[in-house]
Write a protein that binds this ligand. Structure first.
Ligand SMILES: [Zn+2]
Length: 132
């Protein structure tokens, strides 16, 4: 397997969900990248959607800005095609907050509300696809 490194925690809790279907992820792993400063949260979260594959997100004291499709946990970014559009990253609610809002807030980096995926960059919205 090659993943049995002690700094990786297997099956821990993560706010990470599939950015495509918002489903629960299997095989969740969290890699602790921190240690520089005691109170710095610096982690990589990864998990696999049974339908859409592996995804990961990096937490550096703040909620992640993007969720990336990857070929394996902590692996390379892979290309995902949704509705004929290539997607390389899903911006999160946190990413899309106005800068002024971000400055005012100092959220729990693991607050799931900020981890929700927004429509990916490159997918055209408002052109009749997905209209409510
Ligand atoms: Zn999914």
């Amino acid at each position: 397997m090659g993943l049995g490194i002690s700094r990786d925690r297997v099956a821990p809790r993560t706010p990470l969900r599939c950015p495509v279907c918002a489903g629960d992820l299997d095989g969740v792993m969290i890699r602790d990248l921190g240690g520089v400063t005691a109170n710095l949260v610096w982690e990589m979260h990864a998990g696999r959607c049974p339908e859409h594959g592996w995804f990961q997100a990096e937490v550096i004291s703040r909620p992640p800005r993007e969720i990336f499709p990857v070929d394996r946990p902590f692996g390379a970014t892979r290309r995902l095609v949704i509705d004929g559009q290539e997607v390389f990253a899903f911006p999160t609610v946190w990413n899309n907050l106005p800068l002024a809002e971000k400055r005012k807030r100092s959220p729990d980096p693991l607050d799931a509300a900020y981890w929700r995926a927004e429509p990916p960059t490159g997918v055209a919205m408002g052109n009749g696809v997905g209209r409510r």
